[in-house]
Design a protein around this ligand. Structure first.
Ligand code: HEC
Length: 181
């Protein structure tokens, strides 16, 4: 599971992982078994600078530009797809897919503020001042209840940072016009 080139790809992104590394809990449903946490995740947890970085301040790029970043370009997209099995009871991804009663469609969210769609979002998420970048998505998916207290997404979180990167890479492709690298 050592993926050194990916782990340290972007300081700010790595920082987003730090906040959540030690406090995530497992997901549920029929997704693949969780990865073991490996020492490869550890370097991000060193530096005070990383600990203080705010995922909300990350640079906003297009989905296609994010997919040029090595940690996403080199992600395991098929694992990302399988990890999405945890989400699909509540979320659709395609441009013309309807919302579900249990959760909003996610098409076109990258670079956009959270909770903008025509769906019954909580005040907590609507007022959270989040723009969806891989950094904010990583913090959200690691543990939604910590990143946005009081939100209504009934989901514990994705424990492994590598799993989150694979899932984010796959979501970048599925919810935008960007091609899989
Ligand atoms: C049990 C249903 C459920 C599951 C499972 C679930 N979500 Fe959600 N999700 C929601 C709900 C409900 C909201 C809206 C939360 C709110 O308004 O507070 C949401 C919001 C979101 C948003 C913000 C959308 C926006 O427009 O701002 C994203 C991104 C998201 N979920 C991704 C995921 C991913 C990825 C997974 C799987 C790893 C997942 N969710 C699992 C129900 C779910």
């Amino acid at each position: 599971m050592q993926r050194p080139g990916i782990i340290m790809g972007r300081g700010v992104f790595a920082a987003g992982l730090v906040i959540v590394l030690s406090m995530t809990v497992g997901g549920c449903g029929d997704a693949p078994p969780p990865r073991d946490e490996t020492p490869a995740d550890a370097p991000a947890a060193n530096g005070a600078e990383a600990r203080e970085a705010d995922p909300r301040k990350a640079e906003v790029l297009s989905a296609g530009e994010y997919l040029e970043i090595p940690r996403f370009a080199n992600a395991d997209f098929s694992r990302g797809e399988r990890l999405f099995l945890q989400c699909r009871a509540c979320h659709t991804l395609g441009e013309d897919d309807p919302h579900r009663p249990t959760g909003p469609n996610l098409w076109g969210m990258w670079g956009q503020p959270a909770a903008q769609r025509d769906w019954n979002f909580s005040d907590a998420l609507s007022n959270a001042d989040i723009t969806w970048t891989p950094e904010t998505m990583d913090a959200w998916l690691a543990r939604p209840s910590s990143f946005v207290p009081g939100n209504r997404m009934q989901f514990a979180g994705v424990r492994s940072a590598d799993d989150r990167a694979d899932l984010i890479a796959w979501l970048l492709v599925q919810t935008s016009d960007a091609e899989q690298p």
